[in-house]
Design a protein around this ligand. Structure first.
Ligand code: BDR
Ligand code: CA
Length: 329
């Protein structure tokens, strides 16, 4: 039995690692990959996603779907997230892809979900703009999604863009608010747990020394380790999105806590922040389960094994040569 999954992403180094884990895991069947603006522009996120699928040996006729370029409520998108380095993939220059880029990710997602009511996991690794559009345009999908696994938010943890807000929620707070308000079977993987999921430099370096495609993924992780050192955080590369992907594969990696959660839209210091009730103060039924703790060592073992297995029979196809790469300035 494989679990059918749709991935919405904004690659992004940790999105790239999450894609590698998803395509390298026999437990999952990835039905579609949709790119959205977030860490980088929509155009760059789409090109990166296509190039990553090439790297991972995904069939050439498997397209990338193009999603939202700007937030749900309009206006400018958030600036590029610098932790992802040159081009969004840590300076690793993958060959341009000729893979087909299909428009209207949301309509395609809706078709896949409505074809298999209750079966499809939607894994959201970027701003929730496309999930918001999905709920607005195809409201029947809300009840038909098997589970909605979201990397986003800082529940009782400090934010990473502002003191209170995490990047994916800050990039499109209206979408995050709508999705938490209307979504069902939500598992939120917030900074509270992802900050405990860190690939250290020796592991990144070991991966970078492996044959393609693990080597390129390792090189991205080395670049992120370098960036973190430059920021005074020498512990390594934080695996936000890969932890969410791993939670789809093995839910018990995370300790889940039911909560009634909303997203603040108006506060000068708190726009995009999660406000969560875990004590029943609000009198409202819980609408999410969020990750409160993680078996970090088990996760890192799983991550490393899946990345090492890339290119072996049954996972991804090896590529002969490693592409040229540069380092983040
Ligand atoms: C989230 O923001 C992005 O930088 C990462 O890809 C991840 O999805 C973490 O806050
Ligand atoms: Ca992401």
């Amino acid at each position: 039995m494989t679990l059918p999954v749709i991935i919405s992403c904004d690659p992004g180094i940790d999105d790239a690692v999450a894609l590698a884990v998803a395509f390298g895991s026999p437990e999952l069947k990835v039905l579609a990959v949709a790119a959205t603006a977030g860490n980088v522009s929509l155009e760059r996120a789409t090109a990166n996603a296509a190039a990553l699928l090439d790297l991972l040996g995904v069939a050439a006729d498997f397209p990338v779907y193009s999603g939202a370029a700007a937030p749900l409520a309009g206006g400018e998108r958030i600036a590029d997230e610098p932790v992802h380095g040159v081009g969004g993939l840590g300076g690793v220059l993958l060959p341009d892809s000729t893979r087909s880029i299909e428009p209207d990710a949301v309509a395609h997602m809706a078709g896949l979900i409505l074809d298999r009511p209750g079966e499809v996991t939607l894994l959201a690794l970027g701003p929730l703009t496309d999930v918001g559009h999905l709920f607005n345009r195809f409201p029947d999908t809300i009840a038909a999604i098997g589970q909605l696994v979201i990397m986003g938010g800082a529940v009782f943890s400090q934010g990473n863009v502002t003191l209170s807000a995490e990047f994916n929620f800050y990039a499109d707070p209206e979408a995050a608010a709508l999705v938490l308000e209307r979504g069902q079977r939500i598992r939120l993987v917030p900074l509270d747990v992802t900050r405990k999921a860190v690939v250290d430099r020796p592991t990144a370096t070991m991966l970078a020394g492996l044959p393609s495609p693990a080597g390129e993924i390792g090189a991205m992780l080395v670049d992120m380790c370098n960036t973190m050192v430059a920021r005074g955080r020498p512990d390594g590369a934080v695996m936000h999105d890969p932890l969410a992907a791993a939670a789809v594969i093995e839910q018990s990696l995370i300790t889940w806590q039911a909560a009634t959660a909303t997203v603040e839209l108006h506060g000068a210091l708190t726009r995009g922040a999660v406000v969560a009730d875990v004590r029943g103060v609000s009198g409202r039924e819980p609408n999410i389960r969020y990750g409160r703790d993680v078996a970090a060592a088990n996760f890192l073992t799983m991550l490393t094994e899946r990345l090492k297995g890339l290119g072996l029979p049954g996972t991804a196809r090896p590529r002969p040569a490693r592409p040229e790469r540069e380092t983040t300035p």
